[in-house]
Ligand binder design. Structure first.
Ligand SMILES: [Cu+2]
Length: 478
């Protein structure tokens, strides 16, 4: 700081200088600034470096001052969704031990690239990792799907080395993700998701088990992803009742799962911190509510990062019939959602979900499935289609080519009903988590494409067909 004082005092000198004096002052000024920058940077580095846990005597940020080669032990805490500290720094040649503890609510691990890894640790569980003699920077992460992209990364930095572009280097998910083939067709044994919606069961109490599952399923011809779901289906099972019905769900987190899961029924009015809490693999909880309001509601897993759990399949529809719902010939349920493909057989990419970089938009979990297997009705039959936009992030302009909706219902209210005015609707517009239904007939035999009129998404899988009557299903021009 003395240098700074001298520099500041120079402003009181006489206003005329020789050339040598000007050069000298310039050089001193540059040196002062350089010194200041170094001091600030050193402070920042120390702020980022984790605390050192030596035998009984924690010595925060002392790592870089330890003599070369003396062993060091760090306490590493895992929680949602970070590793604390995120960075530790040691001199090259230091034997390093990590005492890892999970202080989070769901299982985590610490996996060191090219090094050891802890088992998946439940809440409160501990493990020790011996990294051996560390000579160069190392990186790590929680390898439970999605947790790295949500922020659970870790670095061991070696004194003097650059802050390793290491944290960036491992995300290959954008490059090795599975790709959709627009010309592929499903295998012969493939069965589409049944779009038929059964009427509400007779009783006023409904007891259901919802089992959170993690398994590999096909989401488009030749494309398999590890999807998380309820009862092994994407979307999860359709649930239906009437206003005033009592629903008692038992949420089971399958013991073979790796992740914590939860459920959030938008049809319920219950406290978030109780029924919607996350349970670990092997646990279960009871979620009970009375359906007080009519509509089609989303249910989904709300476990962090919720974007990943919804985007990877944990959603479905619960329908609470409006009073005096009219009779129709057919009822269907179409749930629109997006796919953000990870590598083949792996979970979807949280990074892509965060960037809204979707690969596909699908009805009932599979790209263009009702183009491959059109939904068969007869001309002049009355059809009701319930639609839910599960997202997680894309909207829906639900439209059926070749017909006009004479009835539209959205978010608990009729937008349109048949009447003397003979009004018609062409689109049911839904934001993520919104739902409704439309009713219509087909006046001629033929094929009627089902789309979202946000047409960029039609080419990405948001396309199906109704087939009215006997027609040669050639696939049409859409
Ligand atoms: Cu979940």
């Amino acid at each position: 700081m003395a240098a700074t004082d001298r520099s500041a005092g120079s402003g009181d000198d006489k206003p005329t200088f020789t050339f040598e004096q000007i050069v000298l002052r310039f050089v001193v000024g540059v040196l002062v600034i350089a010194l200041f920058v170094m001091i600030v940077e050193l402070g920042q580095v120390r702020g980022r470096v984790g605390s050192l846990e030596t035998a009984g005597a924690p010595a925060p940020a002392a790592a870089t001052q330890d003599p070369l080669g003396s062993p060091q032990t760090f306490k590493i805490v895992l929680k949602e969704m970070e590793v604390v500290p995120k960075v530790v720094e040691v001199p090259a040649g230091t034997p390093v031990t990590l005492n890892v503890v999970n202080e989070g609510a769901v299982p985590h691990n610490l996996t060191i690239h090219g090094g050891p890894k802890t088992p998946d640790l439940k809440t409160g569980a501990k493990a020790t990792l011996e990294l051996g003699t560390v000579t160069k920077a190392m990186t790590g992460e929680c390898s439970i799907p999605g947790h790295k992209d949500a922020g659970m990364t870790f670095q061991v930095r070696v004194g003097g080395t650059a802050p390793a572009a290491a944290a960036e280097h491992t995300d290959a998910s954008l490059d090795d993700s599975a790709k959709l083939d627009p010309n592929a067709t499903p295998p012969a044994a493939w069965q589409p998701y049944d779009p038929k919606l059964a009427p509400a069961p007779g009783g006023r109490e409904h007891k259901l088990t919802m089992t959170a599952t993690e398994g590999v399923v096909e989401v488009a011809p030749g494309v398999k992803q590890q999807m998380w779901s309820f009862n092994g289906k994407v979307p999860g099972p359709a649930v239906r009742g009437r206003v005033g019905d009592l629903f008692t769900f038992t949420l089971v987190n399958d013991q073979r799962n790796k992740l914590g899961h939860s459920i959030d029924f938008h049809a319920s009015k219950v406290a978030w911190n109780d029924e919607m809490r996350t349970i670990n693999p092997g646990e279960q909880l009871v979620y009970q509510f009375e359906a007080k309001h009519a509509g089609i509601y989303m249910y989904h897993c709300g476990t962090a990062p919720t974007l990943h759990h919804i985007g990877n399949g944990m959603y479905g529809a619960i329908i609470v019939d409006p009073p005096a719902l009219g009779k129709v010939d057919h009822e269907y349920l179409l749930v629109q959602s997006e796919l953000y493909l990870g590598p083949q057989g792996q979970p979807g990419s949280l990074r892509k979900m965060q960037n809204e970089s979707l690969d596909a938009v699908v009805f009932n979990g599979y790209a263009t499935q009702y183009k491959f297997r059109p939904i068969r009705v007869e001309p002049h039959q009355r059809v009701r289609v319930w639609v839910l936009d599960a997202g997680p992030s894309e909207n829906s302009a639900f439209h059926i080519v070749g017909t006009i909706f004479d009835t539209a219902y959205k978010e608990g209210e009729y937008l349109l009903r048949p009447g003397a005015g003979r009004g018609g609707a062409q689109v049911l517009d839904l934001q993520p988590a919104q739902g409704g239904f439309v009713e219509f007939t087909f006046d001629e035999p033929g094929l009627y494409p089902i789309v979202t009129h946000k047409f960029a998404n039609v080419a990405k899988g948001a396309l199906g067909l109704f087939q009215a009557g006997d027609v040669k299903a050639t696939g049409g021009g859409h």
